[in-house]
Design a protein around this ligand. Structure first.
Ligand code: CA
Length: 321
């Protein structure tokens, strides 16, 4: 079966991340799943933004000068939803204001806005009704511990919003993602959520402690994870290593062990304009991930390019039969 293509923050390689136009574009491109990252405002509204900060993707510093914390950052949690409505979203920038991906969409006079989680689900519902193609969602609960320190438990409201839009069964087209393993156990075992869950595994952040990484090296560790989640979403660089003088790419065995434990594997992030070490082209990276590793899904900023690759591979396979 071909892996599912997850539009990472929408078609974020083409339009500013997490905006509705980026979601509509990913939908039109044929992405199987659209991702939402969810954080809370001061008045506890859940909005779709990748960071707990606003300054890298909006004009917050211009609209609300001085409303940053002592670290100089502007936090979503310090603003009401009504405040966020006044902000314009732009392509992601570095701290110095330069574009993270200079080759990408860079116009700044267009008006892109922040939407709530519910507004995005409503938008997708209308889009699917108008267009006739169903699409799955891949929402992530961001920093649940940090939010609790800030006085809000975002998970119950997050799950209520999903239920409001009909996501209530294990078979529904949704993967709930989180880096926090403790929160995922709570969602599955205490809150009794039946939805498909994905344990995200970062470069150096996931779960409660670094000992978690040891659990990825054994099938038993992954089987333990499988009691709670349906899949893992590892940083792509955790799935392979380079060996030998010529830097040959080899699997670390993580994907194989996860599959043996019954877990789906959805690595991130596939970007044609930011290739990970060891790959000379986007096609080579995709061939390794989908062919050698046989991943079950891919998070990508470029759903069009990944779908194009999968169509070419499928056409070649058929013409060889
Ligand atoms: Ca995410």
């Amino acid at each position: 079966m071909r892996p599912v293509v997850i539009a990472h923050r929408g078609a974020s390689g083409h339009l500013p991340e997490h905006t509705l136009p980026a979601k509509a574009l990913a939908y039109a491109m044929g992405a199987d799943y659209l991702e939402q990252d969810v954080v809370a405002t001061r008045d506890d509204a859940l909005v779709v933004l990748h960071d707990i900060h606003l300054d890298r993707v909006t004009d917050v510093a211009r609209v609300y000068p001085g409303r940053h914390r002592s670290d100089g950052r502007y936090y979503v949690r310090d603003f009401d939803l009504a405040d966020l409505r006044r902000l314009k979203v732009h392509e992601r920038t570095n701290a110095d204001g330069s574009l993270v991906y200079p080759e990408r969409f860079s116009a700044t006079d267009e008006v892109f806005r922040i939407q709530t989680f519910a507004e995005e689900l409503e938008f997708l519902k209308s889009l699917q009704a108008a267009h006739g193609r169903n699409v799955g969602i891949d929402p992530e609960i961001k920093r649940p511990d940090w939010h609790r320190e800030e006085g809000v438990d975002i998970t119950p409201e997050f799950l209520r919003t999903l239920a409001d839009y009909g996501y209530q069964e294990h078979s529904d087209p949704v993967y709930v993602q989180c880096f926090d393993d403790k929160e995922l156990r709570r969602i599955r075992h205490r809150l009794g959520c039946p939805l498909k869950l994905v344990q995200l595994i970062g470069e150096n952040d996931w779960g409660e402690s670094s000992t978690n990484y040891a659990s990825l090296r054994s099938r038993r560790g992954l089987e333990r994870l499988a009691r709670t989640v349906d899949g893992i979403g590892p940083w792509m660089q955790r799935t392979y290593r380079l060996r030998g003088r010529d830097g040959q790419v080899h699997s670390t065995g993580l994907v194989e062990r996860a599959h043996a434990a019954g877990l789906a594997v959805h690595p991130y992030t596939f970007r044609s304009d930011e290739l990970p070490q060891g790959f000379s082209s986007f096609d080579a990276l995709l061939a390794f991930a989908t062919g050698t590793l046989a991943v079950d899904g891919l998070f990508t900023d470029f759903p069009d390019r990944v779908l194009g690759f999968l169509r070419r591979i499928s056409a070649q396979t058929h013409s060889n039969q």
